[in-house]
Ligand binder design. Sequence first.
Ligand code: ADP
Ligand code: ADP
Ligand code: ZN
Length: 218
Amino acid sequence: MINIILLGPPGAGKGTQARKLVDDRGMVQLSTGDMLREAMAAGTEMGRRVADVMSRGELVTDEIVIGLIEEKITGGQGAGFIFDGFPRTLPQADALGELLTRRGLRLDAVIEMRVDDAALVARITGRFTCGACGEVYHDATHPTAKPGVCDVCGSTDMRRRADDNEDSLKLRLMEYYKKTAPLIGYYYARGDLFTVDGLGEIDAVGAEITRIIDARCC
Ligand code: ADP
Ligand code: ADP
Ligand code: ZN
């Protein structure tokens, strides 16, 4: 089993690559963004509490996301976990380290996906996902074969996120550079950091990630 973190700004391609690893290797994707959106859709108390913060593009509290992750790392993790969009702050990184140790697990690699800001705007404003199966699409770089119909599951429930606009992206990037980018140094110092060029095509980025995982694992 192998446990990895995908680290990168909004729109870097973390979710896209995580889904590939789920399909190809049977790994388990843990996306705190997806969990928070599910809580909002379900109308839970926590979901209502985070809605405003998320729509502004700010980070929700460490306590909430650490709690979400804690619930998921219980056992039966099979091929391993992909942490997608978590950790995003230094306290979250410390908490994850402690949690993994407590569960007898280790972190094998932190993969930083580098994409420059100009490309992120195009990525975010063209993103849509299938509401039924979660497949991530893009108007220009990864459209559906038939307009409005999911290639994977045939659903026509295509969704765009309320926070996927340029204003919110600016704030999310600010949060990323202020609070999340310090994790690059944190994991570099531990010898866990690997960097991939996130600007390549989806399959090329996937191949780079696979190479890193295979070199680290088993
Ligand atoms: P993206 O795909 O753009 O990187 P996510 O789906 O990961 O965005 O996250 C969407 C929003 O959910 C973030 O802007 C933030 O408000 C909240 N969020 C997700 N993960 C975390 C986290 N680990 N810590 C704090 N807030 C988070
Ligand atoms: P993140 O989870 O890091 O926020 P996503 O995986 O949701 O990023 O990708 C953001 C958008 O960019 C999506 O519309 C996705 O289809 C597209 N995308 C992802 N990876 C690439 C790539 N390597 N080249 C071009 N577009 C990509
Ligand atoms: Zn689908």
